[in-house]
Design a protein around this ligand. Structure first.
Ligand SMILES: Cc1ncc(COP(=O)(O)O)c(C=O)c1O
Length: 257
């Protein structure tokens, strides 16, 4: 399939537009512009502007996948991605993960067995787990792709939402909110904390109780392409101010009591 859009430097750069009048108040820092390697790389690197990840994934699935093709996904994985691959008729095969994301050895084994066309991965502050893949594992994933000949679709909607070194008040309140024996991670950015309840509790079944206390979360089970973990849940910490999050956690503690 021909590329929908290709980036190549124009022979004669277009005249630069006149700078706009300063609309930004002096005390507001300009937004940081991330240097995207693809934009500064070789002319044959393809750039396609889409209206979000979901559209990009749908186009990617249409271009690269035939019905029945295997797509490897982290387990659990973003729901939006599972839907896009499902619509293309692909089979999502889960790759086991731990607290640092995808397990390279498992990826290697599964790739040898399943002959995947594509690996879909959110390596930084993943949805739903907030996990980040360490550099060594990224290299191992790239090597596996080269060895087995599959594409990698790297989705990075959260990489710039890094807050390392700053206080994370919502996570600090979790011990009081979740039942004793719960586990959760501490992402250094992104939008999500991934938690697991103890003693066979079902986060999906408990959601109605939580809503009864005017607080909600996303049960984790639907994010799994493989066997779901009913005790898992996703908590988002981006929309609300710290005092609202504290109140939400207080309500969650009541709901889980
Ligand atoms: C990892 C990931 N990819 C894609 C999407 C969909 O993104 P968009 O709203 O840009 O289509 C989401 C949204 O939750 C997401 O978390």
């Amino acid at each position: 399939m021909p590329p929908a859009a290709a980036v190549s430097p124009p022979a004669t750069p277009p005249a630069a537009p006149a700078p706009p009048p300063a609309a930004r108040p002096a005390n507001v820092a300009p937004s940081p512009v991330r240097e995207i390697p693809a934009l500064t790389a070789r002319p044959e690197v393809i750039l396609l502007v889409t209206t979000g990840s979901q559209q990009a994934l749908t186009l990617l699935a249409t271009a690269l996948l035939e019905p029945g093709d295997v797509v490897l996904v982290e387990d659990p994985c973003s729901l939006a991605a599972l839907q896009a691959f499902g619509f293309a008729g692909a089979r999502a095969v889960p790759v086991p993960t731990d607290d640092d994301g995808i397990l390279p050895e498992a990826l290697d084994e599964i790739a040898a067995r399943e002959r995947p066309t594509l690996l879909y991965v959110v390596p930084t502050f993943q949805n739903p787990t907030g996990r980040t893949l360490p550099a060594a594992r990224r290299a191992a994933v790239a090597e596996a792709a080269a060895r087995h000949g599959f594409w990698i679709a790297e989705d990075d909607p959260y990489g710039e939402l890094r807050f390392e070194g700053e206080p994370v008040p919502n996570i600090a309140g979790l011990p009081a909110a979740l039942p004793e024996g719960s586990r959760w991670n501490r992402p250094e950015g992104g939008m999500f904390v991934w938690a697991t309840l103890p003693g066979g509790r079902d986060a999906g079944a408990l959601l109605a109780t939580a809503i009864g206390h005017d607080v909600a979360y996303v049960p984790g089970a639907p994010f799994y392409a493989g066997t779901p973990d009913p005790a898992s849940l996703r908590l988002s910490f981006t929309t609300h101010a710290p005092d609202e999050i504290a109140e939400g956690l207080r309500r969650l503690a009541e709901a889980f009591a």
